[in-house]
Design a protein around this ligand. Sequence first.
Ligand SMILES: [Zn+2]
Length: 329
Amino acid sequence: MVYSSSVVLDSRSSVWKGIWHAEAPVTCRSLAWRACRDELPVRSLLVQSGLVDNALCPICGRLPETVTHALLLCDDAKLVWFASPLGLRVESLRGVSTLSQWIDQYCVDTLDDEAMGVVCATMWALWHRRNAWVFHSKGMDCMQVLAKASSMFVVVPDGPDAWVLPSSPYVKVNFAAAVKDNVGTAMGMIFRDSFGTTRASGTNFLEDECFEPQIAEALCYKWALEQSGDLGFSEIIFETDCQKLYIQWNQLKQGKASDDSYLHSLLEECIMMIQGTGSSLRLVRPTANKVAQCLADVAFDYGEKVWMGVVPEEVSSHLQSDMANAKLP
Ligand SMILES: [Zn+2]
């Protein structure tokens, strides 16, 4: 085995605690744990079993591929760590020869569970990049690896399938968009309070304008924000079931890389609009966003319209089913 370290790796070790308490999906934590135990099928191990005839790192092609090399010391991995939210300079790690030693000596004591989550997800993404290259000849650059890592932090809430009542004084706004080729982009939104009472609902339709789904959702979010201002609501929980929108929104909100894409400029406007308002955006399952989706469907017919205190008739069955299944926050 390549592995040699004084760190004892069992469930009492600080490495184990650091990894399993990390705020990252279990896929990432489990990969990190296997990596620390040198259990990943890297070439230096495969060569010993005769499974491959070349021990060199498939990414850089210069040094033998050990787990520590693949996930930490390879020049391409170093770039990723430096560009990651942790801004880590692997060069400056003194006396680190194995990954587990690095986790033990440099990570667990200084990083909180959230940052340890970034460590686990980054390792997972580096291993993903390695496998994408080895098995599918698919190359990923540093930014793609980091995007892969951060995509792991968005999980559709595994909690309620059903719509959840907002707690007072919040008003909840569910919104959704629908795009039909050669027809246009339709949008729906509904405002409900902590009693589940409908305060307002609305539809909007952009004829002949067919956007990418996440752009349509961002336009819908912006429209719902404008409407909430007009209607005089300020403490709002916005809910979307569009993962891509939510991922991008979160990254921008945390001040991470923005580009000059239309999506980013829309979302930046939205973030400006909620600043200082006590409003937030949440990701929910599509089953908890049905009323908004149904409003978007009927928006193709209604065009731009707002209903005070009610929803259009076509939507009322969804509304009733939300109320019948509604969960308390
Ligand atoms: Zn390498």
